[in-house]
Ligand binder design. Structure first.
Ligand code: DC
Length: 224
């Protein structure tokens, strides 16, 4: 099995690019952010805010997260309900970032991610895939871009979905989330020593995609 680990900050285009890279190579695309978002939603439904002044173990004991692939598309389920759309709001993003700092939550989701990679060729994206989840991944990429570029992409995405947000709010959320993700004690976002850096600042989508396909092709060649 071949694993491609793609890590990087929010809004770097990880999900859309990873999906396309997976499609190109015929691999399964696993979006691990969706798992943290699902846990974040569960905590929100139990009245928690981003301070998480709640009994984490107790809520986790009531949480069942499942990942299923419907027509090749990943869907996530919370206690049997498909929450794939519900988890895509700015509030869910902040809750995901908050719960993802908790070691209990990271441990809760770890095996599920490793299992996926054990049984399939995967392109898996997240924050700690190359460093913690799949440290032996054959190919590792750290995908990033300037904060302005990333906020602009996320803003366009949210507007296209009809959500009412301002560019400034999206930018501020992004800076806050970068800080949380990079400075948490457990599995912080950082480039793995053996990851290839892909900085797509100013790149069009197609150029970023070609860059990633190139990196993966070279990686596959190298292990043949
Ligand atoms: O990639 P995303 O925006 O959907 O991720 C949502 C949050 O989940 C993000 O703020 C950090 C967290 N996350 C994580 O800690 N580890 C991962 N492997 C994926 C996401």
């Amino acid at each position: 099995m071949i694993s491609v680990a793609i890590d990087g900050p929010a809004g770097a285009g990880k999900s859309s690019l990873s999906r396309k890279v997976a499609e190109h190579f015929g691999f399964i695309y696993v979006d691990t952010g969706a798992l943290y978002r699902t846990v974040g939603l569960m905590f929100a439904q139990h009245g928690a805010d981003t301070e998480l002044n709640c009994n984490i173990e107790e809520i986790l004991a009531l949480t069942k997260v499942e990942m299923k692939f419907v027509n090749g598309e990943q869907r996530v389920f919370l206690n049997g309900e498909d929450v794939s759309e519900k988890i895509r709001t700015p509030e869910a993003s902040m809750m995901a970032s908050a719960v993802s700092a908790k070691p209990e939550v990271r441990a809760f989701l770890l095996e599920m991610q490793r299992e996926m990679a054990k049984n399939n060729n995967v392109v898996m994206d997240g924050r700690d895939i190359g460093t913690v989840v799949l440290p032996n991944a054959e190919i590792k990429i750290y995908l990033t871009a300037s904060v302005e570029d990333r906020a602009k992409r996320r803003y366009d995405e949210l507007i296209a979905k009809g959500q009412e947000v301002t560019f400034q709010d999206v930018c501020e959320d992004m800076i806050k989330r970068d800080y949380n993700d990079m400075n948490r004690a457990t599995a912080p976002l950082k480039q793995a020593d053996d990851a290839v850096l892909a900085d797509t600042t100013g790149f069009r989508f197609e150029d970023s995609l070609n860059l990633l396909i190139n990196i993966v092709e070279k990686g596959i060649e190298a292990i043949k």
